[in-house]
Design a protein around this ligand. Structure first.
Ligand code: SF4
Length: 344
């Protein structure tokens, strides 16, 4: 019999599965509560289930989809978790304390096919999509150690919209009041700009949207992000203008600042033109340098000047300091190091 990963199921799917093995549908809600509210480590902890059902669960299902193999804490409190998957691949999640928020950055794929030139994950290539269980288990496992996670961002390894169905189902579990019970205001999906899936997301989910922009014109963006050839900026920005944003929400544009590449005042001015007509806010992120990336962090004054130009144009602009650089907390860096060590 094939092992069933229970965290792959949304609540309606779990109800169907429970019924298919001869139990009553309401048992699914009990299981959901044990898995996501009580965060049990074993079915034996679920004393309100019959002994026979527990034995059935014990032998036919797998509660955890990930094994924590390494945890590092940076001087600034950022924590990075490296998980092993059942097929030996590894992924990572990063917990970023920013009181009162505690944001968990989660992965959606092993590696990534989009090959952005400033990204360590991109340099790993694409291995496979994560299952629903592998996505939600990153949250469960970190919650077991740190009771409070306030925000979730799909900004770890992978392009979440390239794994649309699993990400969408995982978000149903995150949003389900019987499941993880996160508010849609606390979940952000970040994409390099897969337009068809982005349009689908707008129709199907009220979560926050972030666009990994990183360049204000096609020539530079194509150089940094090859996906721009398929979905150039004019199309991407049109999709953003048409995105069905709930009232008071804005689209976040992530812009990693790289020394001498995209950090000149001319780039800032082009960015202002590009964002015209979009309810936007901009996060400027000074690059977290890495030996595998041929780019560097700009001097502080250039970062501040860039921000000032945007703010003078009344664009809400924050500088997000790179967190946990002493533990390689930028996207894909710990997994990349682990892969290299494993290969050595
Ligand atoms: S930045 Fe995101 S989309 Fe680009 S290669 Fe890295 S993980 Fe993939």
């Amino acid at each position: 019999m094939q092992t069933v990963f229970v965290k792959n199921f949304t609540l309606p799917e779990l109800e169907n599965w429970v019924e298919s093995i001869g139990e009553r549908r309401f048992r699914a809600r009990q299981l959901f509560r044990h898995i996501y509210a009580r965060r049990v480590r074993s079915w034996q902890e679920c004393s309100d289930l019959s002994k026979m059902f527990r034995v059935q669960l014990e032998f036919g299902t797998q509660l955890d989809a990930l094994t924590l193999i390494e945890k590092r804490e940076a001087e600034d409190g950022t924590k990075k978790y490296l998980f092993e998957l059942h097929d030996g691949h590894s992924i990572e999640s990063v917990l970023i304390p920013d009181p009162p928020r505690q944001t968990l950055c989660i992965s959606s794929q092993v590696g990534c096919a989009l090959g952005c030139k400033f990204c360590v994950t991109g340099s790993l290539g694409f291995k496979r999509n994560l299952s629903v269980a592998e996505i939600v288990d990153q949250i469960c496992q970190v919650q077991r150690e740190h009771a409070r996670i306030t925000n979730l961002v799909f900004m770890g390894m992978g392009e979440p919209l390239a794994n649309y169905d699993s990400v969408q189902k995982a978000m149903q579990i995150m949003l389900d009041p019987n499941g993880m019970a996160f508010s849609h205001r606390r979940i952000t999906v970040s994409t390099a700009g897969l337009i068809p899936q982005l349009q689908r997301l707008g129709k199907e989910s009220p979560v926050n949207l972030a666009i990994s922009l990183h360049a204000p014109d096609d020539e530079l963006r194509t150089r940094l992000m090859p996906i721009n050839t398929k979905y150039p900026l004019a199309q991407l920005m049109e999709a953003c203008r048409e995105y069905p944003l709930p009232p008071r929400k804005r689209i976040t544009f992530e812009y990693i600042l790289m020394d001498g590449i995209n950090d000149e005042p001319t780039h800032a001015r082009k960015l202002i033109t590009l964002l015209h007509g979009v309810r936007a806010k901009v996060n400027l992120i000074p690059l977290n340098p890495h030996p595998d990336i041929p780019y560097f962090q700009p001097p502080e004054q250039r970062i501040l000047d860039f921000q000032e130009i945007l703010q003078n144009a009344r664009i809400n602009t924050l500088i997000r300091q790179s967190r946990g650089s002493d533990i390689r907390a930028a996207c894909g860096q710990l997994a990349a190091q682990y892969c290299r060590t494993a290969k050595a």
